[in-house]
Design a binder for this molecule. Sequence first.
Ligand code: C5P
Length: 395
Amino acid sequence: MLQNKNILIGITGGIAAYKVCELIRLFKKNGANVKVTATKNALEFVTKLTLETLSQEPVYLEQFSIEEKKPEHISLCDWADVFVIAPASANTIGKIANGVCDNLLTSLACAFQKQIFIAPAMNTGMYNNFAVQKNIEILENNGIKIIEPETGFLACGTNGKGRLAEVSEIYSVVESYFEKKQFLKNKKVVVTAGGTKENIDPVRYIGNYSSGKMGTAIADAAAIAGAEVVLIKTFDIDRNYKTVDVKSAQDMFEAVKKEFVDSDVLIMVAAVADYRPETVQDLKIKKENNDSFTIKLVKNPDILSEMCKIKKTNQQVIGFCAESNNLIEYAKEKIKRKNCDYIIANDISKKETGFASNYNEVFVIDKHLNMTKIEKDTKENIAMKIMELLYGKNN
Ligand code: C5P
């Protein structure tokens, strides 16, 4: 279940920090990739060397260092599928509940948009304190999963609630989170992403502004949901599932035909050029010889429509509809004309949710023209919400 899952562990300063060494080992043993961030106080209880040896990664401590051209808290957020904070001190719980970001761990918690797990561990008096209880409630009400501490003998010599949950308990809570998310297990999902490039001559092409971010987010979400994913794309990006590189609409058509045959779902997120130059010049077109020239364009295949014509009853085809006006009207007309199972419509005229943005806001429309709006969110969250809406356990 945890194979290739990226787990970020946050350790705060408490005696239970030593128990988290075992948790790291358990995650690693079961195939997860683990990275660790720790507060300065945590390193009073467990050494950096121990954590680095167990995780086989550097321990992340600095709030203001840059990794892969991004601040560390952002690149770690991108990397991790879940963030597990154990043990979580009263201090760190209070900071996270109130949006304080005064170290790397709390900044990560603030920026993290996927699932956070918090396993508190502290003295009983602290745990029962009104402010700590109120802060825990705030965290729970905002989607953070609290792994409750146990009652028992505490390091401070007292007996009561506050002992870190068993490592095996923390492990199984995280594992069952991933289990529940596996709603596309044993399904093959093909996703197209990016804008196609239609060659004019060896150095020029007709293209569009699609960044491929939404398509990649959809493919990632399908992979997290356990699908066998094939991402057919027009841009460079590394993924740990199958990717196929294409340039033009015709290349994409060939790749889609090949991958669609044994797939369960095709999601056409790519911005496919509707037309291409009828002929591609072998040599670069020289301006010296031409004051003007005309390129005759011919129609590209509509991949989405073609796949809808051949799809079997157990296959689903989903199209995207990016429009700058009359969004819903065009989307409804498109689902009828192309005969696909769903259309996901987004308004590209809005600056903050358009083509290159990290955000989106979409309407999911089914064959019967029922419509569900997914409010503005990051493309990653929108992608997961779409997959959950269409294929999640309740469907
Ligand atoms: O008709 P329109 O281009 O707006 O339709 C958009 C949807 O159709 C997208 O899902 C896009 O990936 C797909 N499409 C296609 N082949 C084309 C043009 C668009 O599959 N030639």
